[in-house]
Design a protein around this ligand. Structure first.
Ligand code: PRP
Ligand code: MN
Ligand code: MG
Length: 180
């Protein structure tokens, strides 16, 4: 599997440092609130979420949603399916959505609209990676780790055809892997 990696873009250490910084900023920004719900978007965000929540030093509620707009395809369909909804009631609470990567933005556009309609106090976005050149809609990103070029990215939760999520770093894939 590691033979499929073209280049490591962000090492384990790069990511850990960035995640710590994000955790500190978020903890500061929300320190007056005791009703922050952080929502990890499965499956991609599960690794980032697990690390980030432990760098957040204020009390938070934790929940997950599972959505999919890609499935096994490499092109976003634009149709977002909710595979698992929240367990918690978020009405009247501050919400921070945790994502691994923003590409077209269609997943988060759908999710933020959906969560805002539940009468939340606020809905903000935190993503580890952002690929702004691919954006197909207007989206405000509140917290962002790294901006990345338009490449096939895998690892640290991010898949290609449901594989490579367990790589401990963020890497690009060799073209022969996704061209075959
Ligand atoms: C990936 C990624 C983001 C989304 C970003 O999820 O984890 O959630 O696509 O793409 P977009 O900005 O173009 O909408 P995917 O739908 O592949 O599901 P997964 O998290 O289970 O891999
Ligand atoms: Mn995802
Ligand atoms: Mg995926």
């Amino acid at each position: 599997m590691y033979n499929d990696v073209e280049e490591v873009l962000f090492s384990k250490e790069d990511i850990a440092k960035k995640v710590k910084e994000l955790g500190e900023i978020i903890s500061k920004d929300y320190k007056e609130n005791d009703d922050l719900v952080i929502i990890g978007v499965l499956k991609g965000a599960n690794v980032f979420m697990a690390d980030l929540m432990r760098e957040i030093t204020i009390p938070v509620y934790i929940d997950f949603m599972a959505v999919s707009s890609y499935g096994y395809s490499t092109e976003s369909s634009g149709i977002v399916r909710i595979l698992k909804d929240l367990d918690l009631e978020i009405e009247g609470k501050h919400v921070l959505i945790i994502e691994d990567i923003i590409d077209t933005g269609l997943t988060l556009k759908y999710l933020t609209d959906n969560l805002k309609s539940r009468n939340t106090k606020s809905v903000k976005i935190c993503t580890l990676l952002d690929k702004p050149v691919r954006r197909k809609c207007d989206l405000k990103v509140d917290y962002m780790g790294f901006e990345i070029p338009d490449k096939f990215i895998v690892g640290y939760g991010i898949d290609y055809g449901e594989r490579y999520r367990n790589l401990p770093y963020v890497a690009s894939l060799k073209p022969e892997v996704y061209n075959k």
